[in-house]
Design a protein around this ligand. Structure first.
Ligand code: MCA
Ligand code: AMP
Length: 497
C-alpha cells in the first residue's frame, strides 16, 4: 500500500515530529528510531505497546506499522485482571516498553524489547523501511468496553487509519504546518490515532503535555501550537479557568483549531469558551470501532463580519458525516428515517472504509454489531437537522457509561465489585457530572450490613483490578436491589442520588 507516513520516507528532514516535555524527535530521528524498532520486530506476530505518555510509545507504534506488525496499546494503569484479559486475548509475542519501565507480572510471557530513541544503528536503524503491508492488514487492536464482559479488541486496518486521518485533514484543512498539542492517553483512538498518527501522517508536529493542565495548554498554544485536541472534561476545566486566566483566553483565541471529541461537549462549556475567546470548538464524533464519523468543517475565518463561515461549528451538534462515511438514522425496527426534520430520533448506523475489521476472537460479537446489509450499529441515538447536521441525543444502552471521555461498561465494574468479599450484590450506573460528563455510581448490598466495605476500599479494589478511571466515584448502600419478576435488576428503579 502507499505509505502511512510519507514524511518518514526518502530523506526525512529536521522538522520536529514529536515533543514530550523536553524530549524532541525530528522526522529524521523518528525514521531512525522507528526503523530500528521495525527491524527488530519484523518477525513478531503482534506486539503489545506499554503506552505511557512518552515518545517511546509513538516510536513503538510507528515502528510496528512500518514493520507491518499489528500493535496492541496497553493502558499502563490497567490492573491485573484487565491486563491479563488483554494479553491472553491478543497473545502478543513481544511487548515494547521504554527502558526502565516496570512491567507487571502478567506481561512476563511475551519477550520484552526496550524502545531505543537513538535508532541503535547496530539494529538496522538509520532510515525507515518501506511499509510492506497491504491496506486491509491490521494496524492496531484497540480494546474497548461493552455493556457486559471484558473489553473487546477492535481490529483496525491500515486502510481505516489512513482514510479517517485523510478525511479529518480534508474537513479541518489539517496540514504539515500544524502543530498539535494535547494530553490524551495513548492507548485509545483519540490520543493515539488522531493525536499521534494524525500529525505524523501530515508531516506535522505533536506536542504531548504528559498530563492535562490548563497552564500547559496556554503555554503551548501561546508558543506556536495551532491545534488543541481534548475530551469535554478538559474543555470544561478550560471553561472554568478562563474567567481568571487572561493568558489562557489569549492562547485559545490565537489557535487555528480547538477540537473536542469522545463525548458530548456541554453547550454551556462551548458557549463559555466562545464568549471568552471568540473561538468556537469544533466537535467531532467517532468510536473505536468506526474511527471518525462526523465533524464540523473548518474554513478560514472571513474578515467580513456579516459572512458566516460555511459549516461553522454549532454548539450541541457533531457536524456532518466526513467524506467517505455513509450515515443513516434508523427506527427501532430498523427502518431508515425517510427525512431529517431535526426532531425524529433514530439510532446512528454507518458504513465506510473507516470501519474496523472485526472484534478479535469474537465472531459472535462482530456479527451482532452489523446489520445483514453491512451497516454498523453505533448504539448512539441522534436527530439530524434538515441541512445534515447530526445532534447526538443519547445512547441505546444504559449500561455504557462515558466518564472523562472513557467508555466504561457497567457489567465489568459489577463483576469486579462482586469479587470483593464485602459485597453481596452490586449494580453500577452513570449519573450526570459537570466535570466528567458522567460519574460511576456503585449500588451495593453489603455481605454484612453491620460492617459494609468503605467506599474508598471499593474504589481501590476496582482501580487495582481494572483501571483507575473505572473506579466508582460514589458508593450507595442498599438493603436489596430492585428486581423484576425474572430476577433482573431494574436500574431505573434505583433511588436518585
Ligand atoms: C485516583 N487515582 C487513583 C485512585 N484514585 N489511582 C488508583 N486508585 C485509586 N483509587 C489517580 C488516577 O489514576 C489519576 O492519576 C489521578 O488519581 C486523578 O484521577 P482522576 O480524577 O480519575 O483523573 P482526572 O485527572 O480527573 O482525569 C480527567 C481526564 C481523564 C484527564 C480528562 O479522564 C482523561 O484523560 N480522559 C481521556 C479519555 C480518552 O482519551 N478517551 C478516548 C476514548 P494520574 O493523574 O497520575 O493519571 S474514546 C475514543 O477514542 C473515541 C474514538 C473518540 O471518539 O475519541
Ligand atoms: P469509544 O468506544 O470509547 O470509542 O467511545 C465511542 C462513543 O463515544 C460513541 O459511541 C459516542 O457515544 C461517544 N462520543 C464520541 N464522540 C462524541 C461526541 N462528539 N458527542 C457525543 N458522543 C460522542
Amino acid at each position: 500500500m502507499s505509505s502511512l507516513f510519507p514524511a518518514l520516507a526518502g530523506s526525512p528532514g529536521e522538522r520536529v515530529a514529536l515533543r514530550f516535555g523536553d524530549r524532541t524527535l525530528t522526522y529524521r530521528d523518528l525514521a531512525s528510531a522507528a526503523g530500528a524498532t521495525a527491524a527488530r520486530i519484523r518477525e513478531a506476530g503482534r506486539v503489545a505497546v506499554w503506552a505511557t505518555p512518552a515518545p517511546e510509545t509513538a516510536v513503538a507504534v510507528v515502528g510496528a506499522l512500518l514493520a507491518g506488525v499489528p500493535a496492541v496499546p496497553l493502558n499502563p494503569k490497567s490492573g491485573e485482571k484487565e491486563l491479563g484479559h488483554i494479553v491472553s486475548d491478543s497473545a502478543p509475542t513481544t511487548v515494547l516498553a521504554a527502558a526502565g519501565d516496570d512491567l507487571p507480572a502478567v506481561l512476563a510471557g511475551p519477550a520484552r524489547l526496550d524502545v531505543d530513541l537513538d535508532g541503535a544503528p547496530g539494529h538496522g536503524g538509520g532510515s525507515a523501511p518501506k511499509d510492506r503491508a497491504a491496506d486491509g492488514d491490521p494496524a492496531l487492536v484497540v480494546y474497548t468496553s461493552g455493556t457486559t464482559g471484558p473489553p473487546k479488541g477492535a481490529v483496525l486496518s491500515r486502510r481505516a487509519v489512513a482514510v479517517t486521518l485523510d478525511a479529518l485533514a480534508d474537513a479541518w484543512q489539517w496540514t504539515g504546518a500544524d502543530v498539535l498539542v494535547h494530553a490524551l492517553p495513548l492507548f485509545h483512538v483519540h490520543g493515539l490515532v488522531l493525536g499521534v498518527l494524525g500529525p505524523l501522517r501530515r508531516g506535522g508536529t505533536v506536542r504531548h503535555l504528559g498530563r492535562f493542565t490548563t497552564e500547559g495548554v496556554a503555554r503551548e498554544l501561546g508558543d506556536g501550537a495551532t491545534m488543541l485536541f481534548g475530551v469535554p472534561t478538559m474543555y470544561h476545566r478550560i471553561a472554568e479557568a478562563l474567567p481568571g486566566d487572561p493568558a489562557l483566553a489569549r492562547a485559545l483565541a490565537g489557535a487555528r483549531l480547538l477540537v473536542s471529541g469522545s463525548a458530548a461537549l456541554p453547550v454551556h462549556d462551548h458557549e463559555q469558551i466562545a464568549a471568552a475567546t471568540g473561538r468556537r470548538v469544533i466537535e467531532r464524533y467517532g468510536m473505536t470501532e468506526t474511527l471518525m464519523l462526523c465533524s464540523s468543517r473548518w474554513t478560514p475565518p472571513d474578515p467580513r463580519p456579516s459572512v458566516r463561515a460555511d459549516g461553522e461549528p454549532r454548539a450541541g451538534t457533531v457536524g456532518v458525516p466526513l467524506p467517505g462515511v455513509e450515515l443513516r438514522l434508523v427506527e427501532d425496527d430498523g427502518t431508515p428515517l425517510a427525512s431529517y426534520d431535526g426532531e425524529s430520533v433514530g439510532e446512528i448506523q454507518v458504513r465506510g472504509p473507516n470501519l474496523f475489521t472485526e472484534y478479535l476472537n469474537r465472531p459472535d460479537a462482530t456479527a451482532a454489531a452489523f446489520t445483514a446489509d453491512g451497516w454498523f450499529r453505533t448504539g448512539d441515538m441522534a436527530v439530524r437537522d434538515p441541512d445534515g447536521y447530526v445532534r447526538i441525543v443519547g445512547r441505546r444502552a444504559t449500561d455504557l457509561i462515558k466518564s472523562g471521555g472513557y467508555k466504561i461498561g457497567a457489567g465489568e465494574i459489577e463483576n469486579a465489585l462482586l469479587e470483593h468479599p464485602g459485597v453481596r450484590e452490586a449494580a453500577v450506573t452513570g449519573e450526570p457530572d459537570a466535570d466528567l460528563g458522567e460519574r460511576i455510581v456503585a449500588w451495593i448490598v453489603p455481605a454484612d450490613p453491620q460492617a459494609p466495605p468503605a467506599a474508598r476500599e471499593l474504589a481501590d479494589h476496582v482501580a487495582g483490578r481494572l483501571a483507575p478511571h473505572k473506579r466508582p466515584r460514589v458508593v450507595r448502600l442498599l438493603d436489596s436491589l430492585p428486581r423484576n419478576d425474572m430476577g433482573k435488576i431494574m436500574k431505573r428503579a434505583l433511588p436518585r442520588g
